[in-house]
Design a protein around this ligand. Structure first.
Ligand code: NAG
Ligand code: NAG
Ligand code: NAG
Ligand code: NAG
Length: 447
């Protein structure tokens, strides 16, 4: 008996560890991130590791150099992924030239960087280009992908004037260069990303509990601001104001949230993310307010079945996300599998990392359920993080209503198993707001 129980736990533990797909077994804790000075050292190590990959990346995409030209407050999008941890906006005009380091520039710093407001940079740049003689020079002028299109038009005009037709005719737009540079992760990041995910879960577990929600009194707006204030105490910020709404058949996209007083029987939805250590999270969970006045101790079965359907869709997405396929191809495979299993819903998943909506292929968009122009046509890259964002549609007999169960969890590429896994499992049970636990606690909004 004891052995059997132990074996069960070992198997469960193994599944949680290896699969990483189950509901995390233990309550989350508010993880402490390193002091800022230490964070800066860690971030600079990551940045150095990432920048060291650029010469190979240039070779992979068949270019000899990558040129950025920018001014304070008009930075190239790539600046934010190459800058020093203690740097903010660029100074004056900052020209950055990455090279493949294989020719006459061997031994020179990579990138070459000029900070200038006298015009001297153009003489220097001419000299370097003449010595190096790059045949193809990538510039970030893509018309559709933000990460590959960060050169401001005024900077492009200056380049045209200063470099002239000889060099301008060698400029090329190679959008995947920036996309891969921004989205490619280094191995040291995941440990801290895990801590950030645990902070997210700890906030969800506290925020969606009797400690913070007083049904009939607390509004969804109160709760949104509780999340914002809580972030301050945890030394994290956000890239997206938290959006909390009461799920109804109409609540999609529902992105604006709703200023509803939270009541018993409500199915609550949150979409929020945090920012720290140059990384971002993006999570959507569901919570149920128990009808304690009617003796309810768990969510209705119909709601639980909707959540389960959403979980099945998450499995389908992770199973079908193969590196090298385009976002659209993965999306099509997922939609076919859903049809086979008679599941209705929608998928709109995206890369995540340096940005909440990071560089790379998307699988669906809220307004493009089957095919996404440009971003859906890019290949899925391994060694990146993805936010698996979707909803399942499910008829809930107890409410005589069809509801959307919106879920979102963040996954990373596990290089050893060559599969995508959720960083901290995924939601398989509703957060329950249970007023019977209130008696011994002081409510947040009654002071
Ligand atoms: C950041 O600046 C520090 C101090 O100048 C330097 O030691 C470090 O190499 C720089 N790191 C990166 C990634 O720019
Ligand atoms: C560039 O070349 C020098 C000298 O050969 C080498 O020490 C350095 O590591 C190279 N840098 C990169 C980023 O490849
Ligand atoms: C937040 O930062 C302050 C100041 O460094 C520190 O005292 C506090 O312990 C930190 N809190 C958390 C949860 O990391
Ligand atoms: C359920 O909803 C449908 C459509 O809104 C309505 O026609 C039907 O009468 C409802 N059934 C019950 C039992 O309330």
């Amino acid at each position: 008996m004891l052995l059997e129980v132990t074996v069960k736990w070992v198997i469960l533990f193994f599944l949680v560890l290896v699969g990483g797909q189950l509901h995390p077994p233990a309550p989350a804790e508010y993880r402490r991130l390193p002091p800022l000075h230490e964070q800066a050292e860690i971030l600079n190590r990551w940045t150095s590791e990432r920048i060291a990959r650029i010469p190979l990346l240039l070779q992979k995409y068949g270019v000899d150099a990558w040129l950025m030209c920018q001014r304070e407050h008009a930075e190239d999008t790539i600046w934010w992924s190459i800058k020093n941890a203690t740097a903010y906006d660029v100074h004056r005009r900052t020209v950055v030239l990455f090279h493949t380091n294989t020719s006459s520039l061997q031994g020179q710093p990579n990138p070459l960087v000029w900070v200038d407001n006298t015009g001297q940079v153009w003489t220097d740049l001419h000299n370097r280009l003449a010595a190096y003689d790059p045949k193809r020079i990538a510039v970030n002028v893509d018309q559709n992908i933000a990460f590959s299109g960060g050169m401001h038009v005024g900077e492009m005009r200056v380049l045209e004037e200063e470099l002239g037709p000889k060099w301008m005719s060698r400029m090329v737009n190679v959008p995947m260069l920036a996309v891969e540079y921004v989205s490619d992760k280094v191995s040291g990041q995941i440990q801290y990303y895990r801590d950030m995910q645990e902070v997210v879960w700890a906030m969800l577990e506290e925020g969606f509990s009797h400690k913070i929600i007083d049904p009939g009194v607390t509004s969804t707006t109160d709760l949104e601001w509780w999340f914002r204030e809580k972030m301050l105490t945890l030394n994290v910020t956000t890239w997206n104001h938290p959006r909390i709404f009461v799920t109804t058949p109409a609540s999609f996209p529902g992105w604006a949230g709703s200023d509803d007083i939270i009541k018993e029987g409500d199915l609550l939805h949150i979409d929020f993310g945090i920012t720290a250590m140059g990384m971002n999270t993006d999570t959507q969970h569901l919570a149920y307010v128990l009808r304690t006045s009617e003796g309810e101790t768990d969510a209705p079965e119909g709601l639980k079945a909707g959540l389960k359907k959403g979980n099945r869709m998450q499995d389908i997405v992770l199973e079908n996300m193969k590196a090298g396929l385009t976002g659209d191809e993965v999306l099509q495979r997922c939609l076919e599998q859903m049809k086979l299993e008679d599941i209705e819903g929608q998928i709109y998943s995206h890369p995540i990392g340096d940005w909440g909506h990071d560089a790379g292929a998307v699988m669906g968009f809220t307004n493009f359920p089957e095919h996404v122009p440009v971003l859906g046509e890019l290949p899925i890259l391994p060694n990146t993080y993805y936010s698996i964002e979707l909803f399942a549609t499910h008829f809930v007999p107890e409410r005589n209503e069809t509801l959307r169960f919106l879920l979102e969890e963040n996954a990373y590429w596990n290089a050893e198993t060559e599969t995508w896994q959720f960083v901290r499992g995924r939601q398989e049970r509703f957060h329950l707001i249970d007023q019977r636990k209130r008696e011994s606690t002081i409510p947040f909004n009654v002071q």
